[in-house]
Write a protein that binds this ligand. Structure first.
Ligand code: HXC
Length: 284
C-alpha cells in the first residue's frame, strides 16, 4: 500500500495485535467502515465486509486486502441489514470461511437531509430500519460467535489477545436534537440504548459492547450529504473546539483502542470522537 500508515492509523499500535482474529463489519465499504477495516487488517485481522451493493463491497474488500501481505478480506454483497436472514447467512459464511468472528462493527447507515415536513412516515422508517433495526439484526446474527470468541479469549487475557467485542457507529445529533436530521437523531439514540442493553446482557459472557460517535469527519459520504445542503455553512463555521474536522483515522484509532487489550474494561459506553464539536452544535 503506497499510503503511509500514519495517514490512516496511529503509530502507537503494535503490528500483529489482531493476528488470528476476524472482523465482521456492516457498511465496511463506506468511508468510515473501510477505514476501520483497513486499520484492523493492518494490525493482523482478517475481515468480512458486508454491503448491499455487491460490486462496491467486493472492490473495497480487494483494496483493503492490499494493506497486509496474506490478509484475507472477504466482501459479501447483496446483504440488506434490514433483513435478518441476509445477515445470518453472511455471519455464518464469514465464520465458516474465516474460522469465527471476534469483532463486530455495525456501521451500515442511511441518511439524507430533510425537515420533518418533507419526511414521509416511510422515509423516517427507512432510516430507523437501516440504522436501528439493522444494528439489532447484526447483533442477533453475530452474538453466538462473539460469545464463542470471548470464551476462547478471557477478559483480560494474560497473552493480551482479545475477542468478543462489538462496536456500533452512533452520532452526536441526539444530544441536542438536530434540524433536518430528526430521523438519524432518533435512530442513533436508539442504537446507544440498544448497545447499553447488550453490554448488560452479554458482559457476563466476556463480550463488550460500545458505541463510537463520530463528529464531522472530512471526506466521508455522510459529510458529503450534509455538505450538499444549505445547513453546510452553519455546520462547518460554527467551529469545532479542537480546530479541525475529524479524519477517518481518528475513528479507526478509537475502534482499535476498543478492540485492543487496552480496552478490556470499557463496556456499555460511548466514545465521542468529535473534537468536542457537539458541545457547540446546540447553537445552530
Ligand atoms: C425526503 C427521502 C429522501 C430525501 C429518500 N426519501 N430520500 N425523503 N428527502 N432526500 C424517502 C423516499 O421517498 C421513501 O419514502 C423513503 O425515503 C425510502 O426511500 P427508498 O429510496 O425507497 O429507500 P432505500 O432504497 O432503502 O434507500 C434508503 C435511503 C438511501 C436511506 C433513502 O439514502 C440509502 O440507501 N442510503 C444508504 C447509504 C447512506 O445513506 N449512507 C450515508 C450514511 S452517512 P416514500 O414515502 O416515498 O416511500 C450517515 C452519517 C450520519 O449516516 C451522521 C453524519 C455526521
Amino acid at each position: 500500500m503506497s499510503v503511509p500508515r500514519s495517514e490512516y492509523l496511529s503509530t502507537a499500535w503494535a503490528d500483529g495485535i489482531f493476528a488470528n482474529r476476524v472482523l465482521f463489519i456492516t457498511g465496511g465499504a463506506g468511508s468510515i467502515g473501510s477505514g476501520q477495516t483497513r486499520a484492523l487488517v493492518h494490525l493482523g485481522a482478517d475481515a468480512c465486509i458486508i454491503g448491499r451493493n455487491t460490486e462496491k463491497t467486493e472492490a473495497a474488500a480487494k483494496e483493503i486486502a492490499k494493506v497486509r501481505a496474506g490478509a484475507r478480506v472477504l466482501g459479501i454483497g447483496g446483504v440488506d441489514v434490514r433483513n435478518f436472514e441476509h445477515l445470518k447467512a453472511a455471519a455464518d459464511r464469514c465464520a465458516k470461511e474465516l474460522g469465527g468472528i471476534d469483532y463486530v462493527i455495525a456501521g451500515a447507515a442511511g441518511n439524507f437531509i430533510a425537515p420533518i415536513s418533507a419526511l414521509s412516515p416511510n422515509a423516517f422508517k427507512a432510516v430507523i430500519d437501516i440504522d436501528t433495526i439493522g444494528t439489532f439484526n447484526t447483533i442477533k446474527a453475530t452474538i453466538p460467535y462473539l460469545i464463542e470468541s470471548a470464551a476462547k479469549n478471557p477478559n483480560p487475557n494474560p497473552t493480551g489477545a482479545t475477542g468478543g467485542r462489538f462496536v456500533s457507529t452512533s452520532a452526536t445529533f441526539h444530544y441536542t436534537g438536530m434540524p433536518l436530521q430528526s430521523h438519524v437523531s432518533a435512530a442513533k439514540a436508539a442504537i446507544d440504548s440498544l448497545m447499553g442493553s447488550v453490554s448488560l446482557e452479554y458482559g457476563p459472557y466476556g463480550v463488550t459492547a460500545n458505541t463510537i460517535a463520530p463528529g464531522a469527519i472530512a471526506g466521508t459520504e455522510g459529510m458529503g450529504r450534509l455538505a450538499s445542503s444549505k445547513m453546510d455553512a452553519k455546520l462547518l463555521n460554527r467551529g469545532i473546539p479542537i480546530g479541525r474536522m475529524g479524519s477517518v483515522r481518528d475513528i479507526a484509532d478509537a475502534t482499535v483502542y476498543l478492540f485492543s487489550d487496552a480496552g478490556n474494561y470499557v463496556n456499555g459506553t460511548n466514545i465521542v470522537v468529535d473534537g468536542a464539536g457537539w458541545r457547540r452544535q446546540g447553537g445552530m
